[in-house]
Write a protein that binds this ligand. Structure first.
Ligand code: PNS
Length: 164
């Protein structure tokens, strides 16, 4: 029997958007299991809307229907987290050309750090290409309706946090 293929999908996910969900679910077309890995750094926590534990809980809830998607968090280098899980496939979403430069630089640097690493770039569904977590935070904090852009577990926590 062939070994199961695992991919890691890293990001800040503050919060998880429907675009992120779309990428994670699409990744199951080539991976048997996807680990959504929340990157965090203790010094950045005050700049975040949601704590790691809150992000972990809401992502778990969003994928409660999908046992092939796990959630984890890490605070060091992505390559070290990947090595600790013995996973050498990393998924990132590419929404537009503007994402490319940063992603390309990160991909090449990560490969310098761990030559065995492969980055897989996925395109979300067209209706999500303009979505970003920072826009969601901004719109929600200014009282805008983000219910079309995030799943109910995320929406509920946004409303609780922002009192909207
Ligand atoms: O969702 P984001 O914020 O664009 O995700 C960026 C992320 C978390 C994937 C990236 O910053 C990362 O991998 N951070 C972990 C620390 C690390 O490995 N840095 C070196 C990258 S070359």
């Amino acid at each position: 029997m062939s070994e199961s293929k695992v991919a890691i999908y890293p990001g800040s996910f503050d919060p998880l958007t429907l675009g992120h969900e779309d990428i994670a679910r699409r990744s199951l077309k080539f991976a048997d299991r996807v680990i959504i890995a929340i990157a965090h750094h203790p010094t950045q926590s005050k700049d975040r809307l949601f704590s790691v534990d809150e992000r972990l809980a809401m992502i778990k809830e969003c994928f409660a229907d999908e046992p092939r998607i796990d959630v984890a968090h890490f605070s060091g280098l992505l390559v070290d987290f990947c090595a600790s899980r013995k996973v050498n496939i990393v998924v990132r979403g590419l929404r537009a050309v503007s994402d490319f430069e940063y992603e390309f630089q990160m991909a090449l640097m990560n490969r310098e750090l761990w030559p065995d690493l492969e980055m897989v770039f996925m395109t979300p569904a067209g209706e999500y290409t303009f979505l970003s977590a920072s826009l969601i935070r901004e719109i929600a904090s200014l009282g805008g309706d983000v219910s079309r852009f995030v799943s109910p577990p995320v929406l509920r926590r946004l409303r609780e946090r922002l009192g909207t």
